[in-house]
Design a binder for this molecule. Structure first.
Ligand code: KG4
Ligand code: ZN
Length: 346
C-alpha cells in the first residue's frame, strides 16, 4: 500500500509518500517547507500560518509525488494530520486531503500528530518498534508513554505547564536568541560552564515513588523563571549567556532522562524511542544513551528531518491505521486539542 501523507498542524507544510507494509515502511519522498516568516514575530502567528499553508500545500504535495516518481492515481490512500494543532492550519491540510480523496475515490485517514511522532523513528531504524518507552518532546507537547504495541499507548507522564520545546524557546528568547531558539540555545550551551549556575531539577527528587502523581510528570515553567532571574542578576549578560544556557539545558536534560529511565525500568523495556523537535538535541540524546546503557537498553533518535514536524511520520501512522481497516469519510474534521488515540489504562 502506498500512502500520501500531509502535515500542516503548525508552521511546516509537508507532504510525503510512504510505502507499506507498515511493519517495514519505505520512505519514497519527503518535502518540508518551513515557514520562516514567524521568526520576525518571535513565535507562530496562527492566521499567517494558515495563509502560508494555503499557498504551499499544492506545490509541496506535487513535489512529494514527483520525487517519489508516482502520480496521484498510483497512491492508494491519503493520511492527514487532523489533531492537535492550530485549527486553521490543520483545516488547510484536512480540507485538501478530503478534496483529493473525494476527487480520486481513495480512502482518507486522519492521524493524531503526536502518534505520528511515535512512528517517525521507525522509518529510519527498523528496530525502533514496540514494545518501547517513548519520550515525545516538541514545541507543543511533552509526553512520556509506554508503547506496548502500535495503537496501544499507556500515557505515563506529561508536562504540567510548558512543553520542553516551548521552555527551550522561551529561555532562548530571554537570552536574546532567534526563534525557534532550541538549536541556538544548544549551540550556545556548548561553551557554557555547567557549574556557574545550578538550577533545580523540576519535579525531580529522590523521594518520589512509583504511583506518586509526579513520578513521571515534568514542569518547566519554574526553570524559565530561573533563567529570567539569572539574566537579570548578570552584570555582563553577554559573558554569562552560555553558562546560563548550559545550566538550563542540563536541568531539562537531567529531568527528561531520569523520568524516561523510570518509565523504561518500570515496564522492563529495552528500547527507548525519542521523537519531536527537542530530540534533535545532542546533549539529550547522549545523556539518554548513557542512562539507557545502565538498563541494557538501546536509544533510537530520529534525524532532525524526521524529529521535527514532517508528513512522513503521518503517512507511516496512517499506513498502520489503514492496514487495520480504519478510514475516515467526508466528516473528518480538524481539532485543536485531542488525546492521542489508543490510550490504555496505566
Ligand atoms: O516537533 P516540532 O518540530 O514541532 C512541534 O510539533 O512543536 O518541535 C519544535 C521544537 C521547537 O520548540 C524547537 O526549539 C525545538 O523543537 N528544537 C530543539 C532543538 N531543535 C529543535 N530544542 C532543543 N535543542 C535542539 N537542538
Ligand atoms: Zn510536532
Amino acid at each position: 500500500m502506498r500512502v500520501l501523507g500531509i502535515e500542516s498542524s503548525c508552521d511546516e507544510t509537508s507532504a510525503a509518500v510512504v510505502r507499506g507494509p507498515s511493519s517495514r515502511p519505505t520512505l519514497d519522498s519527503l518535502v518540508i517547507l518551513s515557514q520562516d516568516i514567524h521568526a520576525i514575530f518571535g513565535g507562530v502567528v496562527p492566521e499567517i500560518a494558515s495563509r502560508e499553508h494555503l499557498t504551499a500545500i499544492v506545490p509541496v504535495t506535487k513535489r512529494a509525488l514527483a520525487e517519489a516518481g508516482v502520480s496521484l492515481a498510483e497512491v492508494d490512500a491519503i493520511a492527514v494530520t487532523h489533531a492537535p494543532g492550530l485549527v486553521g492550519a490543520l483545516l488547510v491540510g484536512v480540507s485538501y486531503a478530503k478534496a483529493l480523496a473525494f476527487a480520486t475515490g481513495k480512502p482518507v485517514v486522519g492521524v493524531h500528530h503526536m502518534e505520528g511522532h511515535l512512528f517517525a523513528t521507525a522509518l529510519e531504524h527498523p528496530d525502533a518498534v514496540p514494545p518501547f518507552a517513548a519520550l515525545l518532546v516538541s514545541g507543543g507537547h511533552t509526553l512520556l508513554l509506554d508503547v506496548e504495541a502500535w495503537g496501544r499507548y499507556r500515557l505515563l507522564g506529561r508536562t504540567r505547564d510548558d512543553a520542553a520545546g516551548e521552555a527551550f524557546d522561551k529561555a532562548a528568547k530571554l537570552l536574546g536568541l532567534p526563534y525557534p531558539g532550541g538549536r541556538h540555545l544548544e549551540a550556545l550551551a556548548r561553551d557554557g560552564d555547567p557549574k556557574r549556575h545550578r538550577f533545580t531539577r523540576p519535579m525531580l527528587n529522590g523521594g518520589q515513588r512509583l504511583g506518586d502523581p509526579d513520578y513521571y510528570d515534568v514542569s518547566f515553567s519554574g526553570l524559565k523563571t530561573a533563567v529570567l532571574v539569572a539574566t537579570q542578576a548578570a552584570t555582563d549578560l553577554d559573558a554569562e549567556k552560555s553558562h546560563i544556557a548550559r545550566s538550563f539545558q542540563d536541568a531539562v536534560v537531567d529531568t527528561l532522562v531520569a523520568k524516561t529511565k523510570r518509565a523504561a525500568q518500570a515496564h522492563g523495556r529495552r528500547r527507548i524511542v525519542l521523537g519531536g523537535g527537542v530530540a534533535c538535541n545532542g546533549a539529550l540524546v547522549a545523556a539518554m544513551r548513557e542512562a539507557a546503557a545502565e538498563l541494557n537498553a538501546e536509544v533510537f533518535a530520529p534525524t532532525p528531518r524526521l524529529a521535527t514536524d514532517n508528513a512522513a511520520m503521518i503517512a507511516a501512522a496512517g499506513l498502520f491505521h489503514l492496514e487495520q481497516g480504519r478510514q475516515d469519510g467526508p466528516t473528518l474534521n480538524a481539532h485543536s486539542s485531542r488525546p492521542i488515540p489508543g490510550l490504555v489504562a496505566r
